[in-house]
Design a protein around this ligand. Structure first.
Ligand SMILES: Cc1ncc(COP(=O)(O)O)c(C=O)c1O
Length: 362
């Protein structure tokens, strides 16, 4: 079986975990601090604050940014539910703006159409590892005096020009779930140049306390463990090389799939560096199989594939009491998207087999 995703942990991570276990210090301490410093340095921001997950990173950031009942936050309907749940957890209201059909990221033109007097922030999602159209989003945010919080949970190492995902707005949030380009088992991190925001999220992460048992505010336990941070430090060292392998794999796939009628390969806009968390094609007419048929066909030939996401956020059962409106591009794309393996563990033989299988399907 060629799996769709494959976390890579090796002897360096085993050793790092053993070092932490032997130290006797398992909860947030020196390893977390060192990981935060290394990650902030890598993204090119002043502060990084590690958390228990990407979901809690988003939740804390929205709270610290002052999102509250009465605030609306504009985000993409094509995302993992953690993006919009974070807005709800802070007390705000998610408002969706449809995506661009070729990049799958939120369409700036549609953001402007849904801004109201309640809008406080935009939460673009760098879906599949491609940064959203941040130039336009930042321009709109400035014009309407809105905050920008980037959901970079899938975009470790992605760039626009030389600027990394996670460094564009007030803050960026990353996930280190095992399927991501780098992992800590479970974990997340907030990146920001805003010293006051960094201080607030640190407080909220740790029960509202800077000094033990002296709680300045009502906070949470959203800390990262030392074990997770020690894994993260090793994974970060490998990220660039592994992303390069993803990009090479993607280039090979695009070279051989782009000319198949009906298969639409991912677009990487000029000056953008895609982190290729997922390589997502559209399966459309006149390709001989529907998206679901191709998915089954690949499974029969032992190639993993996935749909991210089969149900757009505005159609989730959990949100059935909300009225979000309709998002035709997202609806259409949701029926056609298919993510196929691109991870750094693929061999040339695997890549050839994937391409041949898709080329010869009837
Ligand atoms: C776009 C997006 N946002 C948020 C999250 C939440 O991250 P986590 O699973 O680490 O809580 C994820 C990851 O699953 C994600 O892909």
């Amino acid at each position: 079986m060629i799996p769709l995703v494959k976390p890579f942990v090796g002897p360096k991570e085993y050793k790092a975990v053993a070092r932490v276990l032997e130290s006797g210090m398992l909860a947030q301490d020196k390893e977390v601090k060192a990981f935060e410093e290394a990650f902030a340095d890598y993204i090119g921001v002043k502060h990084a604050v590690a958390t228990s997950s990407g979901s809690t990173a988003l939740h804390l950031t929205l709270l610290a940014a002052g999102i509250n009942p009465g605030s609306s936050v504009i985000t993409s309907p094509l995302s993992f539910i953690a993006s919009s749940n974070a807005i709800l957890f802070a007390g705000g209201k998610p408002v969706f703006a449809d995506i661009d059909e070729r990049t799958y990221t939120i369409d700036p033109k549609r953001i402007e159409q849904v801004i109201t007097k309640h809008t406080r922030a935009i939460l673009p999602v760098d879906i599949y590892g491609l940064p959203a159209n941040m130039d336009e989003i930042l321009r709109i945010a400035k014009k309407h005096n809105l905050l920008v919080i980037e959901d970079a949970c899938q975009a470790h190492g992605a760039k626009i020009g030389k600027k990394k995902a996670g460094s564009f707005g007030l803050a960026g949030c990353f996930s280190f779930y095992p399927t991501k380009n780098m992992t800590t088992g479970e974990g997340g991190i907030i990146t920001t140049n805003d010293t006051s925001l960094a201080r607030k999220v640190r407080l909220l992460r740790n029960q509202g306390a800077e000094i033990k048992y002296h709680h300045k505010i009502v906070g949470y336990n959203f800390r990262m463990t030392e074990i997770a941070a020690a894994i993260g430090r090793e994974q970060l060292k490998k990220l660039e090389a592994r992303n390069r392998k993803r990009q090479q794999n993607a280039a090979f796939l695009t070279k051989h799939l782009a000319n198949i009628p009906g298969i639409i390969t991912p677009l990487v806009p000029e000056y953008y560096t895609h982190a290729l968390h997922q390589y997502t094609i559209l399966v459309t007419n006149p390709y001989p199989l529907t998206r679901d048929e191709l998915m089954n066909y690949l499974a029969r030939r032992r190639i993993g594939s996935g749909i991210y996401y089969p149900v757009p956020l505005h159609r989730q059962e959990a949100y059935k009491t909300f009225r979000f409106g309709s998002f035709p591009v997202t609806e259409k794309v949701t029926k056609e998207i298919l993510s196929i393996p691109v991870h750094p563990g693929l061999s040339q033989k695997d890549l050839n087999y994937i391409v041949e299988t898709i080329q010869t399907a009837k």
